[in-house]
Design a protein around this ligand. Sequence first.
Ligand code: GLN
Length: 484
Amino acid sequence: MHNKTIAEISRDLAAGVYTSVDITRELLARIEQHDAQYNSFITVTAEQALAQAAAADARRAAGQASAWTGVPIAHKDIFCTNGVLTTCGSKMLSNFVAPYDATIVDHFNQAGAVSLGKLNMDEFAMGSSNESSYYGPVANPWDRSRVPGGSSGGSAAAVAARLVPGATASDTGGSIRQPAAFCGLTGLKPTYGRVSRWGMIAYASSLDQAGVITRTAEDAAMMLNVMAGLDAKDSTCMDHPVPDYTATLNDSLAGLTIGLPKEYFSRDLSPAMAEKVRTAIAHYEQLGATVKDISLPNTHLAIPAYYIIAPAECSANLSRMDGVRFGYRCDDPKDINDLFKRSRGEGFGNEVKRRIMIGTYALSAGFYDAYYNKAQQVRRLIKNDFVEAFKEVDVIMGPTTPTPAFPQGSNSDDPVAMYLEDIFTIALNLAGLPGMSIPCGHINQLPVGLQLIGNYFDEARLLNCAHQFQQVTDWHQHTPHDLA
Ligand code: GLN
């Protein structure tokens, strides 16, 4: 059962092949038995999951089942879950039991899904390797000495290790696409505003977007069907029609125009990676697409602009963690300043502190125009590159990452080297565009991701492109070698 996709489980439950309680029990047993070697879960909600599964089976018996009734998933620990520990990978929230559900968590509950628990992540979603978590690093199931990517490393490792068929995740600069690439999975980051951010703990609010990590594009479409749509509780959530994302998966790609940005095939990309991506593009040509060389000339400015804007926004967002209202509080504070200082000093990890300091500096009087305003202007240039490109092409493709998964510890002492890992993913967040990563090959037995970038609200086309590729290739079906 644990090798089934969401779509297969949905069909099996409908056909009565097994019950939701059966599969929930099996996955909980797998987590118990195997997750010690991956560390992908922070909290397993076994009791709640079994209660949800039993309720789902009862609804089905009463003839009230829908596609999601009884299907198991798990949530990145950035999403608030009512009555369940919600840590965001930080000591700061290590005692925080959320008093409400994030909108998307509520949507999955309403749809009848079963949540197995909360998944590990880089602290406050800051990182590309899942090494900054207070709950310890996550191992990549393809090679446990390597990182699973970050910040949604727990989501990716759990799906790759077949502990859960799909997981929610979030992407501020690549945190869905990069771990999906490193773990041989399908990752979807929707358009900014497509999915509610309410109850998703804020890192950089103008960049953050909730999405999914699954094995197949079909499963990603099923999850997006549950998540997408207007939410009055998130003022940046857009009132844009929500199609059935599974309805167009089988559309033909004849006549599709794919743009290949020359900047994505630069010296940052290893020749072996470039070769895998080009082979994938050749599959698309066989499917009827035409390829066009394009340029996104401001690509090189994406990382510098991001590392002003994201820290600036995080310094504001994280100021609410002060040891007073919720979260970690230091012992025996002498006075209110001591309380603030020591609670924040002890509660936040090094990467988070580094970013709060950079952000506070960039926003301070005298530097605001030089850094923050300038970064916002650069952001507009990056967005304009995409707007121009999409006048000529339907979808843009390239690598998701410069290399396959790197060894644990290899970038830990060099934050700038870590930041450069996001060179191909970050521009999308600055522009607010949707993107996907799908498996397109292996190098030294490690998965490689193909990145698909779509125009605003063009998720259906991305999913269609990803699904068609998965009809003619089987990279998404490969399993980590030593998987039990
Ligand atoms: N790796 C990037 C960062 O560290 C992106 C993280 C994310 O998308 N949440 O900020």
